[in-house]
Design a protein around this ligand. Structure first.
Ligand SMILES: [Zn+2]
Length: 234
């Protein structure tokens, strides 16, 4: 295989660059999704708070209605008590009035508590609205930044891909076949610099014959893992 190791080194560099650029391109949409999750969570918190306010208000309204109905009943009972024909009837109505008045007083406390809870919830709304606004601003900024970065990453990727294609076209056919087979199955991991006396991929010591060939500048497959070995720069 009459290919100098500087060519293999360059092939490996281009393959690595393509892999890194592709990873960065794939990261873009993930960053936007993460920003979308933050917006969704903030909106949900705001909605939950508004729902809780609505629930509490309905609860208070229901209790107020109950209270008013009982007041009407109390007036009716008071009329009946005043018109009571005997002491027993008077006493029964008096006890009923006392019980209903007590129940209404409990309701008053509960209505007051519910309105306090509504106020407390209302006071958190502006903060929650602000969180939604900030999250949406962050998301918009993220989309712009990602779009801008993706644009330049795609330009870089196209450039490196054409540099690689040009390099691959210049390979002698015998080497090109072996290179394509290796890269086809292992990607950029198919090529690997030698690390001292061992393969930089599988860390196995290579044979003196392989070392000799590498020293002469000829790339050589690792006898152990099959990666195409080359000398690192310097
Ligand atoms: Zn190896």
């Amino acid at each position: 295989m009459n290919v100098s190791d500087s060519v293999v080194r360059l092939l490996h560099l281009r393959l690595t660059q393509i892999s890194e650029l592709t990873n960065q391109i794939e990261r873009g949409p993930k960053q936007i999704s993460a920003a979308e999750v933050v917006v969704k969570t903030a909106k949900q918190s705001l909605q939950d708070c508004r729902d809780a306010i609505k629930q509490k208000k309905m609860e208070a309204d229901r209790k107020q209605l109950q209270q008013r109905e009982r007041e009407v009943k109390l007036r009716d009972l008071a009329g009946k008590m005043n018109a009571a024909k005997n002491n027993r009837e008077y006493q029964t109505l008096k006890e009923q009035i006392a019980a209903d008045e007590k129940a209404n007083s409990v309701l008053s406390d509960e209505i007051f508590e519910a309105s306090e809870e509504v106020d407390a919830l209302q006071s958190t709304v502006p903060g929650l609205e602000e969180r939604v606004k900030l999250a949406e601003e962050e998301k918009a900024k993220m989309i712009l930044a990602v779009e801008k970065r993706l644009e330049s990453l795609h330009v870089d990727l196209k450039r490196v891909q054409s540099e690689l294609a040009e390099l691959e076209c210049s390979l002698p056919s015998e080497f090109a076949t072996e290179y394509k087979r290796l890269v086809g199955s292992r990607g950029m991991d198919a090529l690997c610099p030698i690390d001292g006396n061992s393969c930089g991929g599988c860390y196995t010591n290579v044979t003196p014959r392989v070392l000799d060939r590498l020293r002469m500048g000829h790339p050589c497959p690792c006898p152990s893992c099959g990666r195409m070995l080359y000398r690192p720069e310097n």
